[in-house]
Write a protein that binds this ligand. Structure first.
Ligand code: 5GP
Ligand code: MN
Length: 346
């Protein structure tokens, strides 16, 4: 049995909307990851099974390694089909906002969502949800939004209607947001849910391979390059990796190629904090990704130095300036946070 973590009045409220709604739009955050896609496509699959008209709209493209996901072909990309997407958002009965807590996380889609008269529900696990949805199902203690979608469907009484495809999507989100169940994954109920998803027929080992082992040769070579240029700040138990525009073109970088790189330095014994700086040509900024092991608050450092935020152990932000300046700011940041940068207890 699962603990009833979502409050009953929220389930009742959502149920009322669900019964009345015909047209439902599901949206998630910019640069959708496995959990954004998994929760959105999983919920979409379920709602379609209940004869609802569902449109999944993402602010921009999702990575190639998620293309196999059931329903991914029907995902509408806002940056490509803005007019049509605006119309769907404006006319929807209900908009489900999945895996994000603030309108700025959906980039250019924010205005359309803000202005839409649709009823809005947030289903998310990021800290400090903003107040732009009538129903807010926000559980930062839960490691993925996909898990929350599973819990919601079950609490609505539809476990039996979860299809094989829906189960595949939910598992993908749970797996990717926990690094293949290697962090944020000690809640025993995760494994109860996995056993239920297995009973729907999913092949979890195959999903792992599809997501993590389908990279290109150039991605692996890029990884090699990044690791040779990695800087380790021994006294700070910290590592920094970076990727400039020039390096990206040398290695024929395509979107998604650096997914997961930020986690690699954490495999060094005494490193508890890792940072990845990547020049983003489209947005003319440096994307900052931060990961930690243990108690180091990535989200505090991200908020203070990189106008960002996120979870304790996985956060991100942005830097407007040169790579050299970003590195300088990062070095100031780790100097300031040095007392908290302690060895892993191994
Ligand atoms: P990633 O490093 O995978 O891009 O992001 C990890 C987590 O950090 C995300 O799930 C999100 O919670 C948070 N995050 C990433 N970028 C930003 C950002 O620019 N602003 C905020 N507030 N959070 C971010
Ligand atoms: Mn997530």
């Amino acid at each position: 049995m699962l603990t009833k973590i979502i409050a009953q009045p929220k389930i009742d409220h959502f149920n009322k909307w669900f019964e009345r709604a015909d047209s439902i739009v599901i949206i998630s955050h910019v640069s959708p990851d496995g959990d954004a896609m998994g929760s959105s496509l999983g919920l979409a699959n379920f709602l379609e099974s209940q004869e609802k008209t569902v449109n999944v709209i993402m602010p921009n493209a999702f990575p190639d390694f998620l293309r196999w996901m059931p329903g991914s072909k029907g995902v509408l990309l806002y940056d490509k089909y803005k007019e049509y997407a605006d119309e769907l958002i404006a006319k929807a009965d209900v908009i489900c906002c999945l895996d994000f807590n603030a309108l700025k996380r959906i980039d250019d889609m924010a205005d359309a969502v803000h202005e839409s008269k649709a009823r809005k529900v947030m289903i998310d696990h990021h800290l400090y949800p903003e107040d732009f949805c009538k129903i807010i199902i926000s559980h930062p203690e839960i490691s993925s939004t996909s898990e929350l979608v599973f819990r919601l469907i079950c609490r609505m009484g539809y476990y039996d209607d979860i299809s094989y495809e829906c189960a595949q999507c939910i598992y993908t989100g749970m797996m990717t947001d926990t690094g293949g169940f290697t962090y944020n994954s000690n809640n025993e109920e995760i494994y109860f849910i996995i056993s239920q998803l297995l009973s729907k027929g999913i092949d979890k080992d195959d999903i792992y391979r599809k997501v993590f082992n389908t990279y290109s040769e150039s991605r692996l070579r890029l990884m090699g390059h990044i690791l040779t240029t990695m800087h380790v700040y021994k006294d700070h138990h910290t590592a920094l990796i970076s990727l400039t525009e020039a390096e990206q073109s040398n290695f024929k970088y395509i979107k998604g190629d650096s997914e997961g790189f930020v986690n690699i330095p954490l495999s060094i014994k005494d490193v508890c904090f890792s940072c990845f700086l990547r020049e983003d040509t489209e947005k003319e900024m440096i994307k900052v990704s931060l990961r930690s092991v243990g108690t180091f608050p990535c989200n505090q450092l991200a908020a203070e130095f990189f106008n960002g935020g996120g979870h304790l152990n996985a956060s991100g932000g942005e830097f407007y300036g040169t790579m050299a300046d970003a590195v300088k700011v990062f070095e100031q940041a780790i100097d300031k946070y040095k007392p908290l940068l302690i060895k892993k207890g191994l």
